[in-house]
Design a protein around this ligand. Structure first.
Ligand code: KG4
Ligand code: ZN
Length: 334
């Protein structure tokens, strides 16, 4: 039984990342170079700026990942790369680096769906147990995904407008917090109270879909309203109220879908899974319901290449391969 070593590359947004993963779960190296400082002054990720940073960083990031893993290219079994969804220009930098590396060293090339990567981040810490429900909450995605086995994904519900992380970032922006706003809202909320009672999107409807644009508008309207009247608004209470509304919707939809699909394993994935109230509430509720919960450590919640390597391990055995015509794609089924 030979160990399978995969070099994984991820450049879908504003992190240039490479990692070597052995047998789908052992992290031999995990290098992430963040561009957040460059995007901060624009209040969000600027696609062209992201691509340029990826070009500058990618070769070095791969070299460091290989050096830290203490491996030569000939020790590898495959190269994996995020194929999408993401910023097309950004994806292409990682894809071209992966294609070149695979071609030069005669290695198979494995394309990986970014969201599959987020879910498989869990596998770096504990094996996935099926059937499971996965709540994927990031800057670009909000989805409930049912998995009956490895690499089998059924989308049970998804956002009809903003992603949760996007809502966090937009609300943070209107209360003058730096980008990305999620962690700042998280912090303010810890000393705030749910005094505003903002709407809980689609909570009463018979659907597992989400909607966060109404919540975002409600926050913005309230702020305008207070400003007009010259009343000082309590930012901590805004943050706490907003976050409470998000948590109520996420827990309600997740547990209802789990009862419906009769699943007792829950995986929460994506950058927003780093939120402390989300982590606490879900742990508490899962305990009470006898649900086995896995939320990755913070470093595996946000974008990284280790998660891509974890997912690629299963694709390796399914003979899922790409050739050198591989392109970045935004509309791909998971
Ligand atoms: O998964 P990720 O790194 O990138 C995407 O694929 O989108 O997620 C980034 C998102 C951002 O919107 C950021 O504000 C949010 O995750 N985020 C948080 C927290 N940490 C990161 N949102 C709420 N609370 C946090 N602690
Ligand atoms: Zn992501």
């Amino acid at each position: 039984n030979k160990d399978i070593k995969i070099l994984a590359i991820e450049t879908s947004c504003d992190e240039t990342a490479a990692s070597v993963i052995q047998n789908g779960s052992e992290v031999l190296s995990n290098v992430v170079v963040s561009q957040i400082e460059s995007h901060k002054r624009f209040g969000g990720v600027v696609p062209e700026v992201a691509s340029r940073h990826h070009v500058e960083a990618i070769t070095n990031v791969i070299e460091v990942a290989m050096t830290e893993a203490n491996l030569k290219p000939s020790d590898l079994d495959a190269v994996a790369v995020t194929e999408g969804p993401g910023l097309i220009g950004a994806l292409l930098i990682g894809i071209n680096a992966a294609k070149t590396y695979a071609f030069v060293h005669d290695l198979p090339l494995i394309p990986v769906h970014h969201i599959a990567g987020h879910i498989y981040a869990s596998q770096l810490e504990a094996p996935l147990q099926f059937p499971l429900m996965s709540l994927v909450i990031s800057g670009g995605h909000t989805e409930l995904i049912y998995m009956k086995d490895h690499m089998s994904f059924e989308i049970v519900g998804e956002t009809r407008d903003d992603a949760v992380g996007e809502a966090f970032d937009k609300v943070a922006r209107v209360i003058d917090l730096p980008y990305p706003g999620g962690p700042h809202i998280d912090k303010l909320a810890q000393t705030g109270e749910d005094t505003f009672d903002f709407p809980r999107g689609l909570i009463k409807e018979d659907t597992y879909d989400f909607s966060f644009s109404g919540l975002k508008s409600a926050v913005i309207n309230k702020l305008h309203n207070y400003r007009q009247k010259g009343i000082e608004i309590n930012k901590n209470d805004v943050a706490a109220s907003f976050q409470k509304s998000v948590v109520d919707v996420l827990t309600d939809k997740t547990f209802r879908s789990m009862e419906d699909y009769k699943v007792k394993n829950l995986v929460i994935a994506g950058g927003v899974a780093g939120n402390s109230e989300i982590r606490e509430e879900f742990s508490k509720l899962c305990n009470a319901r006898d649900v086995k919960l896995h939320i990755p450590s913070l470093k595996y919640c946000t974008d990284n290449a280790a998660m891509i390597g974890a997912a690629a391990y299963h694709l390796y055995f399914k003979d899922h391969r790409a050739d050198l015509t591989l392109n970045g794609r935004n509309f791909i089924d998971i």
